[in-house]
Design a protein around this ligand. Structure first.
Ligand code: GDP
Length: 205
């Protein structure tokens, strides 16, 4: 699937204000600075679609982009900033949790993980929370151009082990780089497959 069009639709300050739609939605989330904006720009092929942030943590908004007039790409606020007040740092804001728990058309939440780091407590607890809440999610290990291939594999293995401490099954895992564009095709293909299967289910009904 080629991304033929990507249109910014709206920024929503709360889950309730998100666009009313039945189109499938795919959301991206991760710790501040993980490379979320760069990944969104790389996937859509539009350089400035999601702003590459200079001041992490400032904007707590949900951004909706309409892709190919068929599905929504959703840019969720980053979590885990070091430099904001305790109140706004509240790990997973009510806005994020209510969006994730209530958005019926959310088909997959892509959780971005910095491939250079060992498992971070905040990411692991978020992933566990997703599992407990039966949220469909996949992991994307970002910035892979910054480490060599064996280190990347080692880091992913450590993550898998950590997850297997809590869960019997592992989620789908992608690797990405906004610099080399690694991951673009496989992530878009994954979204396309989910969209195809969704249509079949709708027809069967
Ligand atoms: P966000 O806060 O998660 O949206 O992260 P950004 O996309 O703003 O990226 C944070 C910083 O990491 C910026 O300086 C980016 O240029 C850099 N960055 C993001 N993705 C990559 C990547 O894949 N490779 C490299 N080398 N740098 C990246």
């Amino acid at each position: 699937m080629a991304i033929r069009s990507a249109k910014f639709i709206t920024s929503s300050p709360t889950y309730e204000k998100c666009p009313q739609t039945t189109l499938p939605e795919f959301a991206f989330i991760g710790r501040s600075n993980v490379g979320k904006s760069s990944l969104i720009n790389m996937l859509t092929g539009i350089g400035a679609l999601a702003k590459v942030s200079q001041t992490p943590g400032k904007t707590q908004i949900i951004n909706h982009f309409l892709i190919n007039e068929k599905w929504y790409l959703v840019d969720l606020p980053g979590y885990g900033y070091a430099k904001v007040s305790k109140t706004s740092r509240k790990i997973f804001s009510d806005m994020i949790t209510s969006y994730i728990q209530n958005r019926d058309n959310l088909h997959c939440l892509f959780v971005l993980i910095d491939s250079r780091l060992e498992p971070q407590k905040i990411d692991v607890s978020f992933i566990n929370w997703l599992g407990q809440n039966e949220v469909p999610f996949a992991l994307i290990f970002t910035k892979t151009d910054k480490i060599n291939a064996p280190t990347l594999q080692d880091n992913i293995e450590v993550y898998k082990k950590e997850m297997l401490n809590h869960w019997d099954e592992l989620p789908t895992i992608f690797t990405s780089s906004a610099v080399t564009r690694t991951g673009r095709e496989s992530i878009i293909k994954y979204i396309e497959e989910i969209n195809k299967n969704t249509k079949i289910i709708l027809r069967d009904n």
